[in-house]
Design a protein around this ligand. Structure first.
Ligand code: AP5
Length: 219
């Protein structure tokens, strides 16, 4: 099963993507995670991407499509017989969606569903400003919705928690604007292209959202 998870920054794509990948044996591919890894490793891609990410802007389409080609191509070679992929945070523009269509055709893969997680803007802002991530194991917490047992310390491994550099108020505002202008129109793009598109109310507890997403994938 090959699935795209769409949703604004903070909608819960990463949180739900990990749960769905585990439950359904999917390979989760997050362009945001791949870019952050490149930034941490100081690669040329990371250095180029960082200035866009810190400003809340999208990394240029040609860079993202190159990355997607690399990862999806490798994923296909390594995943014969496995459950498929879950795209989190890609595509984000019409050019990326068209590029993905071409890439899937080339690789002989098809898209089975597009799932959109809807959350109101005021909740998104609170989720993003409250997010804290463990620098050691990557576990994600939220000081408002899912606080760690000890402030500033990961409840899983005891590592230090940090705030993402793009979770500052001005950058959050810009990321939400960019989503509305460039990514939300992809919902209509996929409806028009005849894909199976499902919308899920993401403003509920993680477990409830997960159950609905699972039902949507199984239907
Ligand atoms: P990316 O990392 O993809 O960020 P994003 O789309 O902005 O999404 P987030 O990771 O912020 O949120 P999420 O929806 O995953 O929510 P999460 O589960 O973490 O991209 C970062 C940047 O990279 C972009 O701005 C861009 O510059 C660049 N980039 C990436 N892909 C690109 C592309 N394709 N093209 C161009 N540029 C690209 O949850 C958020 C918080 O809420 C957490 O604290 C969590 O604990 C909490 N939470 C989650 N669910 C719930 C719930 N149900 N109830 C209460 N709290 C919840």
């Amino acid at each position: 099963m090959n699935v795209i998870l769409l949703g604004a920054p903070g909608a819960g794509k990463g949180t739900q993507g990990e749960l769905l990948a585990e439950r359904h044996g999917l390979r989760r591919i997050s362009t945001g995670d791949l870019l952050r890894e490149a930034v941490r490793n100081g690669t040329r891609l990371g250095l180029e991407a960082k200035r866009y990410m810190d400003a809340g802007e999208l990394v240029p389409d040609d860079i993202i499509l190159g990355l997607a080609r690399e990862v999806l191509g490798a994923s296909k070679e390594n995943s014969a017989g496995e459950g498929g992929f879950l795209l989190d945070g890609f595509p984000r523009t019409r050019a990326q969606a068209e590029g993905l269509d071409r890439l899937l055709a080339e690789l002989g893969l098809r898209l089975d569903a597009v799932i959109v997680i809807d959350v109101p803007n005021e909740i998104l802002i609170k989720r993003l400003s409250g997010r804290r991530t463990c620098t050691r194991c990557g576990a994600v917490f939220n000081i408002y919705f899912d606080p760690p047992r000890t402030p500033g310390t990961c409840s899983v491994c005891g590592g230090p928690l940090e705030q993402r550099s793009d979770d500052e108020p001005d950058t959050i505002r810009r990321r939400l604007e960019v989503y509305q202008a460039q990514t939300e129109p992809l919902v209509q793009y996929y409806v028009d292209s005849g894909a199976v598109v499902r919308r899920i109310d993401g403003d509920r507890p993680v477990r409830d959202v997960f159950e609905d997403l699972t039902k949507a994938l199984e239907s």
